[in-house]
Design a protein around this ligand. Sequence first.
Ligand SMILES: CC(=O)N[C@H]1[C@@H](OP(=O)(O)OP(=O)(O)OC[C@H]2O[C@@H](n3ccc(=O)[nH]c3=O)[C@H](O)[C@@H]2O)O[C@H](CO)[C@@H](O)[C@@H]1O
Ligand SMILES: C=C(OP(=O)(O)O)C(=O)O
Length: 436
Amino acid sequence: MNAFEVTGSRKLKGEIHPQGAKNEALQVISAVLLTEEEVVIKNIPDILDVSRLITLLEALGVKIKQLNKHTYSFKSEDVNTDFLYSEDFRKKGGALRGSIMIAGPMLARFKKAVIAKPGGDKIGRRGMDTHVDGFEKLGAHFTYNTHTFCLEFTTKALKGNYIMLDEPSVTGTANVLMAAVLAKGNTTIYNAACEPYVQQLCKMLNRMGAKISGIASNMLEVEGVEGLHGTEHTLLPDMIEIGSFIGMAALTQSDITIKNVSLENLGVIPDKFKRLGIEMEFRNDDIYIPEQKCYEIQPPLNGNILTIYDHPWPGFTPDLLSIVLVTAIQARGSVLIHQKMFESRLFFTDTLIDMGAKIILCDPHRATVIGLEREHHLKGIRMSSPDIRAGVALLIAAMSAEGKSIIQNIEQIQRGYENIEQRLNALGAEIKLIND
Ligand SMILES: CC(=O)N[C@H]1[C@@H](OP(=O)(O)OP(=O)(O)OC[C@H]2O[C@@H](n3ccc(=O)[nH]c3=O)[C@H](O)[C@@H]2O)O[C@H](CO)[C@@H](O)[C@@H]1O
Ligand SMILES: C=C(OP(=O)(O)O)C(=O)O
């Protein structure tokens, strides 16, 4: 099995370019099913989750051409809907969470959709109710197939409706939106997620001829249209990767510039890292992080311990809390990390404690980090990556630690970070891909 061997205590220096956004890629690649015309998507990251979705679309009959390393052309002219009911579909769809977003386009264009038991991170309960409720409100008939464990949908014709989502699910909003754009009449999606991923999807759909307003708000208004046409779309840089690099720079005492970050789409992300005392300079659209021996957590005005918690956008994304947590290990001061959305994302703190971090896991949702102020170094150990973001947090910890670490189960990291070892080694890291 592939693993990373990491030699720690290496400071990084230089420039790094973030990849295209993984979670946006999974939405907009699913959207190519909404038209028979050609859709060209640029800045697609070369990561496992994307190649798994591309393989799934190819198996459905979509003609896909790689135009260059990060640009693909998609043409969904001959889609084989029988494939949805095959064992192969269940296997391919079950390999990633993002595959659930082909359901909205399939339902809209072909009047049938199947959602295989999805893969993705094992980070606690991850519901599908928002997707099912939304499709039903648009007029889909839903059955749960007890033999295949799949969610199956059919419709004679989707009809616009007022839909109040039970929670602002990111993939749920994207799925219901993609179904609504081809429904007859008007749809309102209230309590919608409005992450940059969803905003980008809306803009792409409008370029294809959809009529969506309310973009970036929690109320999307959709005027159904008869059909959509082809377009070209460029993915935003991956804000989670950018946040990961900020945390990595601070913990490893590095001096790096993160290029072309699309600052206007980062929301509160830079500010949360600044609350940990991390200095950064915005130079045009780049973020420069100078080498810092010491960074001091900024408590709130009343002097209490700082809490950093997740919240639907424009709140702080849950996908960066593991990174904030690991970054705080060498800070001066203490912080409470409160992961509200997922109940199994903080158990990796046990590994950090083994490495020498001062962390109290208060309960599955909350962990207090007491900064070591670089008075003690973490020690390299053998560990395993439990999920994508904890995996990168462990990689950052290993890069800052004394001695060697082995990180197993790195497929979890590779599904969301492109060639991470090569890109970091180019800045001075020492990460080897090994068979362990
Ligand atoms: C492929 C993809 O795009 N995955 C992202 C997507 O997953 P995904 O779309 O699957 O996650 P959802 O947004 O549906 O919800 C995540 C979990 O949080 C809960 N929940 C959701 C909203 C809310 O306001 N309160 C709340 O507690 C839900 O019950 C669920 O258990 O969004 C998550 C939340 O940003 C991210 O972690 C994932 O990286
Ligand atoms: C949880 C994540 O991904 P997924 O939804 O694909 O499991 C993530 O990207 O942090």
